[in-house]
Write a protein that binds this ligand. Structure first.
Ligand code: BTN
Length: 259
């Protein structure tokens, strides 16, 4: 089995200003996002990182579970931006860009982003992002950025029914990847992008996201409020909504599910 994550290696290689310097590591947790929420209610500082080797109740978007066996990367980062919940939502897209770029730097692999929160590699899901928010007594919004990536996870660790839909970095690379160094790269990218986002909003990231998008320029199918919507994937608008082309018309999608 994959060796446990070593937080000391993370501390040794961390080059961020704040992100990750307060670090909670657990060999196992129900969900790093759930733990982060408990901490956040106690008034924890921005940039606090919760990391685990294994989740028993990893959570995905829309109440789904996120299967989290040993070998993966499961983390939650606590942020306290002075923004409304609606303005915080594009952080999912930003986090996706940071994950894809840090994986590219560490491994050379091209992870692609599927709106709004999926990470794809070699046409299969390799991870996802789950942003949750809560409002503290001070009325300040606390944002939990949850990131899960299948790094050194053998596909045999996943239930048989999932195996045809998912992959891991090690499965594609045929070698293992240092999760500690990847965390350090990721936190550095995320910290820079987060501050840029606070100052400039999403616009600097719209084009970058597009270069990393899964199935850009191809026909996609989504379920949007019960309706099946098809179109050629164009990219994002300035607010982070998905833009597809139907005939000569552009259509913007606020919330939907890929089919
Ligand atoms: C998705 O694919 O729908 C999102 C998956 C997000 C998984 C991560 S793993 C770390 C953090 N803790 C959780 O329980 N979920 C997120």
């Amino acid at each position: 089995m994959e060796a446990l994550l070593n937080p000391a290696v993370i501390v040794q290689h961390l080059h961020t200003t704040r992100f990750g310097w307060t670090l909670y590591f657990f060999p196992a947790l129900d969900s790093t996002n759930e733990y982060a929420k408990k901490l956040a209610l106690q008034g924890i500082e921005e940039g606090t990182l919760i990391l685990t080797d294994f989740q028993t109740q990893g959570k995905g978007r829309r109440g789904r579970s996120f299967f989290s066996p040993h070998g993966g990367l499961y983390l939650s980062l606590i942020l306290c931006p002075s923004l409304s919940p609606k303005a915080i939502l594009p952080l999912t897209l930003l986090a996706g860009v940071a994950v894809a770029q840090s994986i590219q730097r560490c491994t050379g692999l091209s992870v692609r982003l599927r709106w709004p929160n999926d990470l794809f590699l070699a046409q299969k899901k390799v991870g996802g992002i789950l942003i949750e928010m809560l409002v503290r007594e001070t009325e300040k919004v606390v944002c939990i950025v949850g990131i899960g990536v299948n790094i050194n996870t053998p596909l045999s660790s996943f239930p048989a029914a999932l195996r045809s839909q998912i992959t891991s970095l090690a499965h594609v690379l045929r070698r293992s990847v240092s999760r500690e160094l990847l965390v350090c790269h990721l936190l550095s990218e995320l910290e820079i992008y987060y501050h840029r986002f606070l100052q400039e909003g999403l616009s600097p990231f719209v084009e970058i996201w597009k270069t990393l998008a899964f199935q850009i320029g191809t026909m996609v199918r989504l379920s949007v409020g019960g309706e099946v919507v098809e179109g050629i994937l164009q990219g994002l608008d300035a607010e982070g909504r998905l833009v597809i082309k139907q005939g000569k018309q552009l259509r913007t999608i606020v919330s939907g599910e890929y089919l």
